[in-house]
Design a protein around this ligand. Structure first.
Ligand code: ATP
Length: 230
């Protein structure tokens, strides 16, 4: 087994249907080179999340091939595959425990200093240091005592700590205050540096900054290129 991925990702003629048999992805082909930022755009229900589900092997494809670093993903041990891919979702999984424990979930053997360094890189340190017990503050399951923006900052810190080779990001759609929004952008920029990243993009700025945009419509890749090209 490999220790790390370079992060080349290739989809070749990928077809996929969920259990109900309705075709959801139709002949999807694209290549992401190591370190590139790819924006996935398209209307709701077009298949963006499904592409991610297949890359993570939450489902198996019906035909075609998905390769990472030139090797079909079926050939990797599933746990290894998922270890190499970090996901930052709109609503991050937080468990009942301290802030420290929740960030450390990214890499369980990390020291307190490493957790705090990751939080600083993620721009999460500012809000954490104003909490009553700072890193020892207890959060309830689901993190309801935190704002959505704060939860996303913790997810970014966790992903920075995990140091994965490939990053998947589902950009927040809900309104987040400007300061937190800026911090999230800073955190994400640091997180995605040097990693192949796939962003389910909702903001124009993200799309403008992407190395490549994949436009999905009804399960088909209808356009691909840079912002200038499209
Ligand atoms: P959104 O922007 O709303 O998140 P999306 O582009 O990510 O949408 P997907 O979540 O990939 O779209 O969904 C694509 C299609 O697959 C939709 O028609 C959806 O109803 C269907 N779908 C998603 N998950 C399942 C499932 N588990 N079983 C059956 N159909 C599903």
């Amino acid at each position: 087994e490999v220790d790390s991925f370079k992060g080349d990702v290739t989809f070749s003629n990928v077809n996929f249907a969920y259990e109900d048999g309705k075709p959801i992805l139709k002949n999807i082909s694209f290549q992401a080179k190591a370190g590139e930022k790819i924006a996935l755009v398209g209307p709701t229900g077009s298949g963006k999340t499904t592409i991610i589900n297949l890359l993570m092997r939450f489902y198996n494809i019906d035909s075609g091939d998905i390769k990472i670093d030139g090797r079909t993903i079926q050939d990797y041990q599933i746990s290894k595959l998922r270890e190499k891919i970090a996901i930052v979702l709109q609503d991050t999984f937080l468990f009942s425990g301290t802030i420290m424990e929740n960030i450390r979930y990214g890499r369980l053997e990390a020291t307190d200093e490493e957790v705090i360094a990751a939080a600083k890189m993620a721009s999460a340190h500012r809000f954490i240091k104003h909490l009553p017990a700072r890193y020892e503050t207890l959060i309830t399951s689901g993190g309801s005592s935190l704002s959505q923006g704060q939860r996303q900052l913790l997810a970014i810190a966790r992903a920075i700590l995990a140091d994965s080779d490939i990053l998947i990001l589902d950009e927040a759609t809900s309104s987040i205050d400007t300061r937190t929004e800026i911090e999230i952008q800073q955190g994400l920029n640091r997180l995605s540096e040097g990693r192949t990243s796939f962003v389910i993009a909702h903001r124009l700025k993200t799309i403008e900054n992407a190395d490549r945009i994949l436009v999905i419509n009804q399960g088909e890749l209808i356009e691909s290129g840079t912002h200038e090209e499209l």
